[in-house]
Design a protein around this ligand. Sequence first.
Ligand code: C2O
Ligand code: CU
Length: 495
Amino acid sequence: MVLLVCLSWGCEGGGGGGDDPSPDAAAPDAAVEAPTPDAAEAPADASVTPEPDAAAPAPPLPEVQGPALAEDINPDARIVEVNLNASKQRVRLADGATVEMYAYNGQVPGPMIHARQGDTIIVHFTNALDEDTTIHWHGLRIPADMDGSPRIQAPVRPGETFTYTFQAPDAGSYWYHPHVRANEQVEKGLYGPIVIRGEDEPAYDAERYLMLDDILLDDDQIAPFMSNHMEEMHGRTGNVLLTNGRAEPASSTARQGQVERWRIVNTANARTMSLGISGATFRVIGTDGGLLATPYTIDRLEVPVGQRYDVEVSYGDAGRASVRSYVLVLDENDNVVEEPFEVFAVDVAQTGASPRTVEWPEIAPPARRPVAETIELRFNGRQTAHGLEWTINGQAHAHEPLFTFTQGETVRMRLINEAGPEHPFHLHGQFFTVENGPALTTPQPGLKDTVLVPGQSTVVIRANLDNPGRWMAHCHILEHAELGMMSEFVVEPAP
Ligand code: C2O
Ligand code: CU
């Protein structure tokens, strides 16, 4: 099990530190409760072109390796209908501890929902937990009453059911998670991947979805919540890194010369992940709102919580391709140093082939729409009698919407972080573009729904407010949101 030695923020009081209690001698393969990624290989031939016949059934969706697929119970090719059930579950994260967690359909992560753009998605949800919950479809621009906001939808009580129905509006990589006590429920394992496939997307030799997480274990169980000041201040950083619910990096296989598409999301409560790869190259081809007009190559991918990146991975050499998460730890002299932890690996078989170049389709960059209005959102915190409170424009848990806009408007939002800790800002139901962000280490082209605002700095976004309704706008550090950094906007329907 990858137990981080000690984290820059997580050491204090939270049960971090210590040696691995169970040196893993055995194969990491024995988890019955948790799915092993990459159980199946990519389809042998992804390049079969269907006959352009209106009556012909849609070709099968390409396989995406990662969390097991949700079973589609509807025979209609344009409807994806699944059952999701949240319950308590004992999960083996590695060949060691069995941890009491929460799971969708008994698996962590929850099952993958895979649909085509425009498909109808129907989710019959049953809450078998003993607390309220909802499901939020992070990034999907769907009607507000299906968005899982407990301010709009009455939370689903224990033993009750709710059916979510919506159409998948945009192609891309998304995810789902609860929006009630999310800091606890997401940490305990409630999250799953969503893939929405557009027409004419480039074909890859394989696709994968990597859900990256960290959890805080204390004595092999999920540590108590909000039990120390650091967790309130910086959010909860874990001491175990998970990739698709496994603490031991699953290793998969590929062939030299292959080019793959990986979808990556950071589902941690707070930790921004910094990823590097050796033995292969990364090219960023997509982000929150789908494929980019102009992909770009990078060495290090910074993934704040909530955000997604689609990366093209090319295997130029045989050997081992290794994805590392660079984590700040304390060394023996209490200096903060960066240390790499392998979170995913691929054994690349020798073929002598060099990677093919993937023909990039013509994709229009996001239109630069005129700005109707500029607003400011100021992020700050304050100490109260009951502890730390996080605020947006001076309000914690603002109950009235902070702003009212009109559908179709583009609004420039100056996100001003007046305090030290970083805040990944997430806007529900809309996309935005990032106008500038001085302290951002990774370029931010394309349409986003989440952007990192580093401490003591300002990031400017342009939000395209095209989806009417009442929408949450909050920090995706789940502790910050829980402690007040949660607001709402109204988008009035266009007259
Ligand atoms: Cu991913 Cu309001 O959340
Ligand atoms: Cu925050």
